[in-house]
Design a protein around this ligand. Structure first.
Ligand SMILES: [Zn+2]
Length: 286
């Protein structure tokens, strides 16, 4: 009997040691750190750049990049802008719009997302800077994602005269069926301040930008079409086709102060030269 007691005690003590040892060595579940991927979502040749710089450089050509981004956060994924339609990949010479934009796609967004194991159905949030065709081109790939959009943009896009704002409802009709969160200001997407939608009105009625605080890289603001290239940012110029030019300039000045206060860098989505220095997917920023 005594021998049996000793055996039971020994077994119990051994089990306790094993349990304690396993507790001590168990690591917390690896948390996916915040990541930002940039995608090539097309190229736009502008045949007369003066529409972006009123009264200047008449009939001069300029090529613009067209960039989309994926934010991977421990609590979910957000795609920022969807680029030109993937279908353009079948037209290598490009497709001309309004006689001034020649738009080309060399690699589809769907393929770029699959390449990094985030296929379209894994996207939780869809952040669209605004509803112009070069930003909503692949919106229909993400019917399950919650659309994050300012009220003024939603009302303009789905109201009586979307063409008044340069919107073509055929390019984003699927978004009417998405789950949607209508915003009336800045919005903290994951609740921890690391990924914020910034209300930046002017280019369109409810234009917005995306602020991402990356632990290693630093703070970045993705421009949307707040500005299209560095020269216009430096000189605070607004394109002739903007919804509200004065408001655009006011917003640009406010954003400049915000960037300074937060030591943040502006990534201009259409700036070809700046994009040449940014690592694109499958590389990423943390
Ligand atoms: Zn635009």
């Amino acid at each position: 009997m005594k021998k049996q007691n000793i055996l039971i005690r020994t077994l119990f003590a051994t089990a306790l040691v094993v349990i304690l040892a396993s507790c001590a060595t168990r690591q917390p579940a690896p948390e996916q750190p915040l990541r930002l991927y940039a995608f090539n979502c097309g190229v736009i040749d502008v045949l007369d750049i003066s529409i972006f710089k009123p009264g200047m450089d008449k009939r001069e050509q300029k090529t613009l990049a067209n960039t989309c981004y994926l934010v991977v956060h421990p609590e979910g994924t957000l795609l920022w802008d969807t680029g030109l339609p993937d279908a353009l990949v079948k037209i290598p010479e490009g497709s001309t719009f309004y006689d001034v934009f020649v738009m080309r796609v060399t690699k589809t967004l769907a393929a770029q997302l699959k390449e990094i194991d985030y296929p379209p159905e894994t996207i939780n949030f869809l952040g669209i800077s605004h509803m112009h065709g070069d930003h909503v081109g692949n919106a229909d790939l993400f019917p399950q994602a919650t659309l994050l959009i300012q009220k003024e943009e939603y009302d303009a896009a789905f109201g009586a005269s979307p063409d008044k704002f340069g919107f073509d409802p055929n390019t984003y009709s699927s978004l009417r069926s998405n789950p949607v969160k209508i915003l009336e200001g800045d919005y903290d997407v994951f609740g921890d301040g690391s990924v914020m939608i910034k209300r930046t009105l002017g280019h369109t009625p409810g234009h917005q930008a995306l602020y991402v605080k990356l632990p290693q890289t630093g703070n970045i603001l993705l421009s949307g079409d707040l500005v299209h290239f560095t020269d216009n940012w430096v000189h605070k110029r607004a394109p002739s086709f903007n919804f509200d030019k004065e408001r655009t300039i006011t917003t640009m000045n406010e954003v400049e102060q915000f960037l300074q206060a937060n030591q943040a860098t502006l990534w201009i989505q259409h700036d070809k030269e700046q994009n040449a220095d940014i690592r694109h997917s499958p590389a990423y920023y943390e």
